[in-house]
Design a protein. Structure first.
Length: 152
């Protein structure tokens, strides 16, 4: 009977040792799988970010403060204009033509009323791009950004 008791203790001890190492292996396996999934996610995320963020060529035309064509009261607009260019090589041409391009924006803003700007900013952007693109010969403006647009 004493032999049976010793044998059963050995079996319990070896069974307990095996379940502990099995649990340890399961934890290691879960950690490895988590690391692999995280690495796969970040590699796909960084590749999609690279595809979605093209190398933009931006040119800041600076601040503009000018009168609007409202007849009921003297109103003005203050904004900052940034151009998105089709190619970085166009930056030199835009830099050289900056006074002319600023004049185009000022004339366009002078011809608008505050209601026109509030109602359809997209039209203002399209008109500005069209007028600026007429002045450029080596590329085009693909978008125009009006930031800090303030009217009074």
């Amino acid at each position: 009977m004493a032999e049976k008791k010793i044998d059963s203790e050995k079996e319990n001890a070896s069974a307990g040792h095996n379940s502990g190492s099995g649990t340890f292996l399961q934890v290691i396996l879960v950690v490895v799988v988590c690391i692999l999934v995280t690495a796969l996610f970040f590699s796909r995320y960084s590749k999609s970010e690279a595809k979605q963020a093209p190398d933009l060529a931006l040119f800041d035309l600076g601040d503009f403060t000018t009168n609007l064509s409202d007849t009921s009261a003297l109103k003005y607009v203050k904004t900052d204009v940034t151009l998105e260019l089709s190619d970085k090589s166009l930056q030199n041409e835009v830099q050289g033509e900056q006074p002319l391009l600023r004049d185009c924006i000022i004339n366009l803003l002078n011809s608008e009323t505050s209601d026109d700007i509030m109602a359809n900013r997209g039209k203002l952007k399209n008109n500005a791009m069209s007028q600026i693109n007429k002045k450029l010969s080596n590329g085009e403006v693909t978008n125009i950004y009006f930031s800090d647009l303030i009217m009074q």
